[in-house]
Design a protein around this ligand. Structure first.
Ligand code: NAP
Length: 246
């Protein structure tokens, strides 16, 4: 399905990014597994893709840095000559009530979640335009759509991603490039592992489908958006949240 395509997934050593990398790799894409701190996990993800017959490589880069992300893109282009699918998945949380939130925690979340996606799109946009094809998939969140108490920095970054998605979708559409956002709800990863048992139990009450989502639930949607069958979908926010936001 994705044979001959090169996919770059940020933050792909663990969690949702790992599952997306595995799924794209299983479907024939050559996958660049970006990581920041989790070298061993990224290498393990590469090994898992290779074990299922795919091709992958791990590259360290802090996407919050304009220079580092540019260097990563240049290295990938020098080696592979193209990028067909960009998945901006890297993300962090630093939750607190607004009156206690530090400037450093606000900035760190914005720099990784929103500016990181800007960096990647900015550095790859010329390549996509020249290729006259490409898919950009930004991993937003239900928090960016509904807001969430204690997550004003995170929700702002994820809402910002939606504006970024729609603007870039309009800019790149004439060259056949599709840009969409995926908004997961509560997904079982290390990010949500820290939630209290009470919050996890409450998820079952507030999510119409009555359970937390899995990383596969998200990866299957990303696979669809990355593939040929999604060529008439752009500028959209697709929810994978068990009906939480409707
Ligand atoms: P996770 O398990 O905490 O993983 C976060 C990933 O982001 C890691 O691979 C991490 O890489 C990477 N990352 C963080 N900072 C980075 C940086 N500066 N440069 C490069 N990579 C960086 O989180 P997750 O649950 O899989 O979340 C993945 C995405 O889905 C995030 O954008 C998150 O906001 C979004 N999301 C998650 C949920 C959920 O319920 N889990 C819901 C909605 C949206 P290293 O370990 O290498 O640093």
């Amino acid at each position: 399905m994705l044979k001959g395509k090169v996919a770059l997934v940020t933050g792909a050593g663990r969690g949702i990014g790992r599952e997306i990398a595995l799924t794209l790799g299983k479907n024939g894409a050559t996958v660049i597994v970006n990581y920041n701190g989790s070298k061993e996990k990224a290498e393990e993800t590469v090994a898992a893709i290779t074990a299922q017959g795919g091709t992958a490589e791990a590259i360290q880069c802090n996407v919050a840095s304009f220079e580092e992300s540019n260097q990563m893109v240049q290295d990938i282009l020098a080696k592979y000559g193209r990028v067909d699918i960009l998945v901006n998945n890297a993300g962090i949380t630093k939750d607190n009530l607004i009156m206690r939130m530090t400037e450093a925690d606000y900035d760190a979340v914005m720099d990784t979640n929103l500016k990181g996606a800007f960096h990647m799109i900015r550095h790859l946009s010329r390549t996509f335009l020249k290729q006259r094809s490409g898919r950009i998939i930004n991993i937003s969140s239900v928090s960016g759509v509904m807001g969430n108490a204690g997550q004003s920095n995170y929700a702002a970054s994820k809402a910002g991603l939606i504006g970024l998605t729609k603007s870039v979708a309009r800019e790149l559409a004439s060259r056949g490039i599709c840009v969409n956002a995926v908004a997961p709800g509560f997904i079982e990863t290390e990010m949500t592992e820290v939630l209290s048992d009470e919050v996890k139990e409450n998820v079952k009450n507030v999510v119409p489908l009555g359970r937390m989502g899995t990383t596969q639930d998200v990866a299957e949607l990303v696979l669809f958006l990355a593939g040929d069958k999604a060529g008439y979908i752009t500028g959209q926010v697709l929810h994978v949240d068990g009906g939480l936001a409707m």
